[in-house]
Design a protein around this ligand. Structure first.
Ligand code: NAD
Ligand code: TDX
Length: 342
């Protein structure tokens, strides 16, 4: 069997780390290089034990996708066959406070990776995108791959710019690119700034649960394992130059998610605190994922009932994982496990 060298960027984050575990477990033809800058969102504890479980198949490289010299040196050293670009600044609220890091990583970083992929003849480049590029829906309708791109936040605008640069790489240079656009993910290892892990961890600590605006904004929730499976499907079977929407067909208003979490944890709804709305808050996202089902045969396997229960159980069991994030202790992991060995 020919082994492929897969570069995963942003693999110390939520979706990237789930993807690495899942791919090493289910695909014996891939060895993985995880390139991550270890921003506040990068947590190597998500991958603790992986080198021992998959000897020789996992390699970590600390670095920045927006550092052109570094990227070129890395590509000269390792002949990557394929790339999946997960690396991004990913939190909408942070982009409202400060947009610049989003432009540097999400836009410039993507172009630098595309340039290196072209120069070093990488055989596939998959860009992990988001449904937020389509903007906001009213009470009806769904995002298809043909829906106009109308991003409303600095985060979604930077992700849209990245998607367009990937599109340009295909049309201008004939590059072998694929783009996915997924709805909101939930599951293990999600940084507790995002709705579901924030609400679970606050509820467990009997802290207030901050609900933005009237709580009636709607998101389409997909279990992270289903997202990772869809990315592998697109990587293996997708057609170059195409965009694939990925979604769970699972719309929930935020307030209903929050109440469900409180109910499953046996906590009181009095913890709910309505706070000032997010500026430019998109009202509703809903994905039409019929193309990926029709053309590549992918559909989600989790029901929300099972997925949310498993996720809550995971955060209850991994209390220490999110407590170390909240205390900032997780930031020492790289120093303790990598720099000490040098
Ligand atoms: P995350 O914030 O949990 O992880 C991002 C990772 O990227 C972190 O490990 C961080 O250290 C790394 N990173 C950031 N800047 C970097 C740089 N310049 N160079 C190298 N590494 C860098 O994000 P996530 O939720 O796992 O999202 C992963 C990808 O999926 C993103 O591209 C995001 O836009 C997309 N996405 C996320 C969701 C979701 O619901 N979380 C939904 C659809 C799409
Ligand atoms: O404290 C909160 N209270 C609240 O009401 C937080 C953090 C969020 N919210 C609301 C805002 C959104 O309507 O919950 C919803 C979900 O918020 P986030 O978890 O911040 O996700 P969202 O803004 O929808 O974006 C997510 O999905 C698409 C990811 O963060 C993006 O990276 C992805 O592209």
């Amino acid at each position: 069997m020919t082994k492929k060298k897969l570069l995963v960027t942003g693999g110390a984050g939520f979706i990237g780390s789930n993807f690495i575990w899942q791919t090493l477990e289910t695909r014996s033809d891939y060895d993985i290089w995880n390139l991550d800058k270890l921003t506040y969102a990068g947590n190597l504890e998500n991958l603790s034990g992986i080198e021992e479980k998959y000897p020789g198949r996992y390699h970590f490289v600390k670095g920045d996708i927006a550092d052109e010299n570094f990227i070129h040196q890395l590509f000269e050293k390792e002949a990557f066959d394929e790339i999946i670009n997960f690396a991004a600044e990913s939190h909408v609220d942070r982009s409202i406070h400060s947009a610049t890091p989003f432009i540097i990583t999400n836009v410039l970083g993507t172009q630098i990776l595309l340039d290196a992929a072209r120069k070093f003849s990488v055989r596939k480049f998959l860009q992990v995108g988001t449904d937020e590029v389509y903007g906001s829906l009213g009470d009806t309708g769904y995002f298809t791959e043909e829906t106009p791109l109308q991003p409303n936040s600095p985060y979604s605008s930077s992700k849209t710019a990245a998607d367009l640069l990937v599109r340009a790489a295909f049309h201008t240079h004939g590059m072998p690119v694929l783009t996915t656009r997924c709805s909101n993910n939930y599951g293990p290892y999600q940084f507790p700034e995002k709705l579901i892990p924030l609400m679970i961890s606050n509820a467990l600590g009997d802290k207030a649960l901050p609900v933005y605006g009237d709580g009636m904004n709607i998101r389409d929730w997909l279990h992270v394992k289903d997202h990772c499976d869809a990315i592998l499907t697109v990587l293996e079977k997708g057609q170059f130059g195409e965009v694939y929407n990925i979604g769970g067909n699972n719309e929930w208003a935020n307030i209903h998610i929050v109440k469900k979490i409180l109910e499953l944890l046996g906590k009181s709804e009095s913890l709910i605190t309505y706070v000032k709305d997010r500026p430019g808050h998109d009202r509703r996202y809903a994905i039409d994922a019929s193309k990926i089902k029709r053309e590549l045969g992918w559909e989600p396997s989790y029901t929300f009932e099972t997925g949310i229960q498993e996720t809550i159980d995971w955060y209850v069991e991994h209390h220490d994982w999110w407590l170390r994030i909240k205390s900032g202790e997780y930031l020492n992991y790289y120093k303790q496990h990598y720099e000490m060995e040098l």
